[in-house]
Write a protein that binds this ligand. Structure first.
Ligand SMILES: [Zn+2]
Length: 382
């Protein structure tokens, strides 16, 4: 694939052609319609990236761009055009915004970049808040086992219910060991802030993926699960994998932040658990109040401590893993040590980028496996 780096020049060129395209589309369609012309959308993405790189406020909308075009000399935009060329570009930032790639990939790259590189910009804030709230629910319990049970119950409920009915929430509250009113106030009221928009319904019903609990929508006669990496999207029997829910005011959708940063990352984690359990392993999710993702105890007693990392950028991930690693003092404190500590990436990354692991290893000494490699390793301990 031809890689072209994002610079002020590429951005400016795209912006100009994008605006011309917009004008043509305006004439043709009698107004500004969505999606925007491709060049314009890429220009908007690049502007956002350029602002992030230099820690400046992001230009939020097309309206803002048009206003800047009319009123503000380029040199005064909140994108430091003079600084860009001097900014070191590593693989993390080779975000292929110039390539004609599906929008969703661009969005994921930008989220990774935004979430973990630029501290002053805090997407994922709500998700972090919710993790803290879940931990607060465990405070009145003494042992780490009791705390972990509550944490696991709530976290898995959220991970499996991007969409939830009133009935599901009520039965969960009754079943869960934490106080029902606290779960309602501190968790549900914070997480389930949205309704499913009617234009996403399929035949007047809300369609929910049976595999991950997320919204399924229909486009050109094809059903798609909102979690792109969900196995639903590669299944040949999609119809069997959908639940239809009657829409009413009590059916709730998790806030976007929760869907991106809690539901979506949990999909490969829970998939790995299911695979390991099939091999007769005993798996504990998020042990030690989320010290890592999975403690896998093999039938022969060998213990894998695993953190699943679904990052597109191998060097970005390497940097992150080298910085944070496994929190060994917490792990020792909670008695959840293992024989091997490793990071695991879904196989999809090997398909998209065959040298993913090599790039990672070029930047970090941390142990890393593809998901299928870990399964093979587990098999040697059965
Ligand atoms: Zn799904």
């Amino acid at each position: 694939m031809k890689v072209t780096k994002v610079t002020s020049e590429t951005c400016f060129n795209l912006l100009v052609t994008g605006l011309v395209d917009l004008e043509n589309a305006y004439e043709l369609k009698g107004g500004i319609t969505h999606p925007y012309p491709q060049n314009l959308q890429r220009a908007l993405n690049q502007l956002a990236l350029l602002s992030l790189r230099t820690n400046q406020p992001i230009i939020q909308s097309l309206g803002q761009v048009l206003k800047f075009c009319k009123t503000t000399p380029l040199i005064n935009w909140p994108v430091d055009f003079s600084q860009i060329e001097a900014f070191p570009i590593d693989e993390l930032e080779e975000i292929y915004l110039l390539e004609n790639i599906p929008e969703v990939r661009t969005t994921e790259y930008c989220q990774e970049f935004a979430q973990d590189v630029i501290e002053s910009n805090k997407p994922g804030l709500l998700q972090r808040e919710v993790y803290t709230q879940i931990k607060n629910l465990t405070l009145r319990y003494k042992t780490i086992e009791e705390k972990d049970t509550i944490y696991r119950e709530v976290r898995e409920f959220l991970a499996r219910h991007a969409i939830t009915t009133l009935h599901e929430r009520v039965s969960f509250k009754l079943k869960c060991k934490a106080k029902p009113e606290t779960v309602e106030e501190e968790i549900f009221n914070v997480v389930y802030t949205h309704s499913v928009p009617a234009n996403k319904f399929i035949n007047d019903k809300i369609a929910r993926c049976k595999l991950c609990g997320s919204l399924v929508t229909m486009h050109n006669d094809t059903m798609t699960c909102a979690v792109r990496k969900c196995d639903f999207n590669i299944s040949k029997k999609k119809k069997d994998l959908v639940n239809f829910i009657n829409p009413d005011d009590t059916v709730k959708l998790a806030a976007p932040d929760i869907r991106y940063y809690l539901v979506s990352p949990s999909v490969p984690e829970l998939k790995l658990r299911d695979q390991a359990e099939k091999l007769k392993c005993k798996v504990t999710m998020w042990p030690g109040l989320d010290s890592y993702d999975l403690l896998i105890v093999c039938p022969d007693g060998y213990k894998f401590c695993v953190d699943v990392k679904d990052w597109k950028s191998a060097s970005g991930l390497a940097q992150k893993c080298s910085e944070t690693g496994f929190p060994m003092s917490d792990i020792k404190k909670h008695g959840i040590e293992g024989d091997k500590y490793c990071f695991v990436v879904p196989d999809a990354h090997k398909v998209n980028k065959p040298n993913y692991k090599e790039v990672f290893q070029g930047h970090s000494d941390a142990e890393i496996y593809y998901e299928s490699e870990l399964i093979e390793l587990i098999q040697s301990h059965v």
